[in-house]
Design a protein around this ligand. Structure first.
Ligand code: PEP
Ligand code: MN
Length: 298
């Protein structure tokens, strides 16, 4: 991987670069960053329920797709700009930075103006024009591994973004295609370990798309943190079975909050920390209590 000169570590000892989101969330530092939310933004009410329950927990970022890449052109394609506005307003209300997918170069200005982090989805990992374009924005980028991309192709995709001027790139392992249809994809934890050795960029894991089965998500999350992941991306929904997309992998909101607590001992075992829940009434956390207020966002 000699040609990935910006993504690769100069020496094995080089520390992970910190990617800062919304001026206050550090990905790649000692704290594990957990992003959670529905597959797709469906309504204001749905997003309010999600944020209200997640904001007081250890979950630090809100996700949700406004532009959805769907296998079938007849499936729900996302609410577009309307969905983006719902996500961003709810994020501001509950003081949660937001990440959302950008599928096309022409969507970049509107997503960049509103969201705190831009997601490049698996299907676009080698959309080189899109990679070059997000290389020129001043927002951090979450780059998801292609459905069948090698580790080298994944790193080279990140190199496109870095070489066009954006140094704030986070990689996301989200499972790769294999022969076994029991799980939606195969979570490649070997790639997570390899990436942590090879590149200085933070690496997070999405066990929801990797497994496609909600009952596997919490255990895979713990495994991901145990092998060095810097964070997690989790799909959850107020009524999981009624999710318009990816229902089988959606956790309930309670389960998502429990998952965040459940990874904490594993994080501690590998010298990391899941930040404390923001709703605790104990004095040490009272300074970070969440109040739903637009003004609370810097
Ligand atoms: C998503 O995170 O919304 C998504 C579509 O995931 P992926 O690109 O990994 O399939
Ligand atoms: Mn999804």
């Amino acid at each position: 991987m000699k040609s990935a000169r910006l993504a690769c570590k100069a020496s094995p000892e080089q520390a992970t670069s910190i990617v800062t989101v919304a001026d206050r969330l550090a990905i790649g530092g000692p704290d594990i960053v957990i992003m959670a939310g529905p597959c797709a933004i469906e309504s204001q009410q749905q997003m309010d329920s999600v944020a209200q329950q997640l904001a007081p927990s250890a979950i630090g970022m809100l996700r949700g797709g406004a532009y959805k890449p769907r296998t079938s052109p007849y499936s729900f394609q996302g609410l577009g700009l309307k969905g983006l506005d719902i996500l961003v307003n709810v994020g501001m209300t509950y003081d949660l930075p937001v990440v959302t997918e950008v599928m096309a170069v022409e969507q970049i200005p509107q997503v960049c103006d509103r969201a705190d982090m831009l997601q490049i989805g698996s299907r676009n990992m080698q959309n080189f024009d899109l990679l070059k374009a997000v290389g020129q924005v001043d927002k951090p980028v979450l780059l998801k591994r292609g459905l069948a991309a090698t580790v080298e192709e994944f790193v080279m995709a990140a190199e496109y973004i870095l070489s066009h001027g954006n140094s704030n790139v986070v990689l996301c392992e989200r499972g790769i295609r294999s022969f076994d249809s029991y799980t939606r994809n195969v979570l490649d934890l070997g790639a997570v370990v390899a990436l942590k050795q090879l590149v200085h960029l933070p690496v997070i894991v999405d066990p929801s798309h990797a497994s496609g089965r909600r009952e596997l998500v919490a255990d895979l999350s713990r495994a991901a943190i145990a092998c060095g992941a810097d964070g997690l991306m989790i799909e959850c929904h107020p009524t999981p079975d009624l999710s318009v997309s990816d229902a089988a992998q959606a956790l309930s909101l309670d389960a998502a909050v429990m998952l965040a607590e459940g990874v904490s001992p594993i994080a501690a075992a590998v010298g990391r920390r899941v930040p404390p829940s923001r709703c605790r009434t104990s004095t040490e956390n009272s300074d970070v209590e969440v109040r739903p207020s637009v003004a609370s966002r810097g």
